[in-house]
Design a protein around this ligand. Structure first.
Ligand code: PEP
Ligand code: MN
Length: 338
């Protein structure tokens, strides 16, 4: 339930309203705008009658929210959320963020080289997987802690914040210490135990859309993280599985405006995992920026044929730089910095 109060409602009255709902066992968030105050009530609001709330002369409007997500709901938070990702702002009117790097971390020297190359090409954050969710148990599973520490060295060399995937609660302390943005992969989007655990973390979360999940299910997963107390969630569209086999997945670019309408959270697009083919990444990256994405996540490798994972969907550094230059022109055309 959303309650808005009239302009100029005294603070004592706002406090009294909060108190009365909290006494009924509801959690209340007060969102202040320049011209409005909005209360978001989360919990069982079925017993509250609209007419009783409207009896308060300071109350302007009462809306029942039919969507199952509350904290992620744009109605609860009309302004865009801007997430601080290791010093880089993502969302709202912030410049379009660029997360780039290899699929897997492949050692310290390589990670430092890749971080320097993607930074030169326009990346504002670096990515690299140290714990890899592979379809086959016989495929490379990631360097683990060593890979995370390689990224720390690359951050020391370039200043780029670290984005890396967390697969297991057991590694939370390590991620809390070293990683700037905790990626939750598509395959774990509905691992609710893991979502609850990252909801207790202080680091922002990049939540990828599941391979076969609806936008509503995806936002509900963001709600899990936010319900735990971590409001810094960035959504990432990375393609969904459809009947089409010409691309690895089907990039659902309409998710960008839909997510922006329904939620206040930033949304990033990953054209690498969406297409699975380096040839299509540039056009889909440009299209994502045109659609209003708050960021891109792109896999980049200096020698894709020899990449330890996902080589087919990695851009070479020069093509990556060319892609970002093109994206910047599109961003400028729609009045967005990049
Ligand atoms: C990745 O980012 O390397 C990855 C495995 O992505 P996804 O979870 O989207 O498949
Ligand atoms: Mn990958």
């Amino acid at each position: 339930m959303i309650i808005s109060t009239k302009k100029g409602t005294p603070q004592a009255e706002l406090d009294r309203i909060i108190d009365s709902f909290e006494k009924q066992g509801l959690s209340v968030t007060l969102i202040r705008g320049t011209d409005y105050n909005v209360f978001g009530l989360v919990g069982d609001t079925t017993k509250i009658a609209e007419k009783d709330v409207l009896a308060n002369p300071w109350v302007e409007n009462v809306t029942r929210v039919s969507a199952p997500y509350k904290r992620a709901n744009r109605l609860f938070h009309p302004e865009d959320t801007v997430v601080d990702a290791g010093g880089v702002k993502i969302g709202g009117k912030s410049p379009v963020a660029v997360i780039a790097g290899p699929c897997s971390v492949e050692g310290e020297e390589h990670m430092i080289r890749m971080a320097r190359l993607v930074k030169a090409g326009g990346a504002t954050l670096m990515r690299g997987g140290a714990y890899k969710p592979r379809t086959s148990p016989y495929s490379f599973q990631g360097l683990g802690t060593e890979g995370i520490l390689d990224m720390v060295k690359a951050k020391e060399a370039t200043g780029l914040p670290i984005v890396s995937e967390l697969m297991d609660e057991a590694h939370i302390d390590e991620f809390e210490e070293y990683v700037d943005v905790v990626q939750i992969g598509a395959r774990n989007m509905q691992n609710f135990q893991l979502l609850k655990a990252v909801g207790k973390m202080t680091k922002p979360v990049l939540l990828k859309r599941g391979l076969a999940n609806t936008i509503e299910e995806w936002i509900m997963s963001a709600e899990y993280i936010m319900a735990g107390g971590n409001e810094n969630v960035i959504l990432c569209e990375r393609g969904i599985r459809t009947f089409e086999r010409a691309t690895r997945n089907t990039l659902d670019l309409s998710a960008v405006p839909v997510v922006k309408e329904k939620t206040h959270l930033p949304i990033v697009v990953d054209p690498s995992h969406a297409t699975g083919d380096y040839k299509y990444i540039q056009s889909m990256a440009v299209a994502a920026v045109a659609a209003g994405a708050d960021g891109l996540e792109i896999e980049v490798h200096d020698n894709p044929q020899c990449a330890w994972s996902d080589g087919a969907q990695c851009l070479k550094p020069d093509k990556f730089a060319e892609t970002i230059a093109l994206c910047r022109k599109v961003a400028a055309a729609i009045g967005r910095e990049m």
